[in-house]
Ligand binder design. Structure first.
Ligand code: HSE
Length: 433
């Protein structure tokens, strides 16, 4: 049989993930060639930072600082975009697809904001567009949603999609660390993004949730409608109190069907301490999916890091190469449609945990419960925690029954104005899972 020609790869961006991908393409070339049906040749790397040009097994002559030498290179079959960020990455991907190149990307921001448009461009140009590494690093998620779970109506996705925040929350919970101390440790260990604001503010997880929601619910998600809130308001005492009620606190990405709409939101939540997601500690990610046929499925693993992310990027490259070698169309089959909308947060019902500093005197609880009752918020339990006799104050924790988001916001406004309430220190949603 005639030997197949190599499938040629051009890489855009050789930072941490790019170096990991390049290293493994070289180190595993024999195994990968067998899987792909022909050798995979890393032909050219575009990297603006020339100090990164050259690495073992990849001489400086293969590097350029001009992306066009990759995207418009007639020898290149697959463009790997590992630059990150929205611009210019999205434009490079569009140009590559329009030029008939297959594209593999790890770019969550681009796929969350422009995924549907890019998939349509890919389809139109019979080009592949794969993005397994954009969510959950090395955890297989995109392919299962696109293939193995398609017979299901997905009912819910509950996911820990950000390793940095899960690490921070684990340290706050297990070691009683303050948020800032735990964040510094996460940065020292190299878990946080260059700009940790995206991790701790929930944006990183929101990008990933938008991608999963789009696949799981087969819908064109408008990223602007995905609610996200970060973890910086949490204090070690919230974890202690939650634990007394039988809960753990996690930054959860939640997508679930709700009538004709879909909820898509990222925020801290109290979840039952015995639930599987409550046991996911440290930098790990986990994605818990419920489908009408399959029931519950749990995906768990490393959501970041060059080795785990390379596993997903290289799998995408091999899938495209296999199709090239067997002359199958790489074009995406499913383009999400505007089948459903995202439910506004004001309309979403969950239980709530409140922590408040109050004056330790007669009638205070009655005023708080009246403010809640007026908004049809029913209290399920109240515990008085620490009191400070010298200031005549006490800290109380209130758990509510399910309450409407808009009602809770109104009650908070009223409670904040009560003279007997010094402050609402925190309020956190509760999910039964
Ligand atoms: N910074 C992300 C995290 C990894 O902490 O999970 C890349 O998406």
């Amino acid at each position: 049989m005639q030997k197949k020609r190599p499938v040629n790869i051009g890489l855009l961006g050789i930072g941490t993930i790019g170096s990991g991908v390049a290293k493994n393409l070289i180190a595993k070339s024999k195994t990968l060639a067998r899987q792909a049906g022909s050798p995979l040749a890393l032909k050219i790397v575009a990297e603006k930072d020339v100090s990164k040009h050259g690495m073992p097994g990849l001489g400086k002559s293969l590097f350029t600082d001009d992306y066009r030498e990759v995207v418009y290179n007639s020898d290149v079959d697959i463009v790997i975009e590992l630059i990150g960020g929205e611009y210019p990455a999205v434009n490079y991907i569009k140009e590559a697809l329009t030029n008939g190149k297959h594209v593999v990307t790890a770019n969550k921001e681009v796929m969350a904001k422009h995924g549907t448009e890019l998939l349509s461009i890919a389809q139109e140009h019979h080009a592949g567009l794969r993005f397994e590494a954009s969510v959950g690093g090395g955890i297989p998620l995109i392919a299962p949603f696109q293939r193995d779970l398609v017979a299901n109506d997905i009912q819910a996705i509950y996911a820990i999609l950000n390793g940095t925040t899960n690490y921070i929350l684990t340290r706050m919970s297990h070691d009683n660390l303050d948020f800032n101390v735990a964040l510094k440790q996460a940065q020292k260990l190299g878990y946080a993004e260059a700009n940790p604001a995206n991790d701790i503010g929930g944006l990183d997880a929101a990008y990933k949730l938008a991608i999963l929601t789009s696949l799981g619910f087969d819908m064109d998600v408008n990223f602007k409608e995905v609610f996200y809130e970060g973890i910086s308001r949490l204090e070690p005492r919230d974890f202690r109190y939650a634990s007394e009620f039988g809960y753990a606190i996690k930054l959860l990405a939640v997508a679930k069907r709700s009538g004709n709409l879909v909820e898509a939101r990222v925020h801290p939540v109290l979840i039952p301490a015995e639930s599987l997601l409550a046991k996911v500690d440290g930098v790990y990610n986990a994605i818990y999916v419920t489908g009408d046929l399959v029931g519950n499925v749990l995906f768990y693993g490393q959501g970041a890091g060059p080795a785990a992310t390379s596993s997903a990027v290289i799998a995408d490259i091999i899938n495209i190469a296999q199709n090239i070698n067997t002359r199958r169309d790489n074009a995406p089959r499913f383009i999400p449609e505007k089948t459903s909308g995202i439910k506004p947060m004001a309309d979403i019902q969950t239980r709530y945990y409140f922590r408040m500093d109050i004056l330790d005197q007669v009638g205070v609880l009655a005023q708080i419960s009246a403010a809640m009752g007026n908004q049809a918020i029913s209290i399920s339990s109240v515990i008085q925690k620490e009191s400070d006799p010298s200031h005549k104050t006490a800290e109380i924790v209130i758990m509510t029954h399910p309450a409407q988001g808009s009602a809770v916001q109104k009650a908070i406004k009223v409670i904040n104005k009560l003279a007997v309430v010094k402050r609402i220190s925190n309020f956190i949603r509760v999910e039964a899972i």
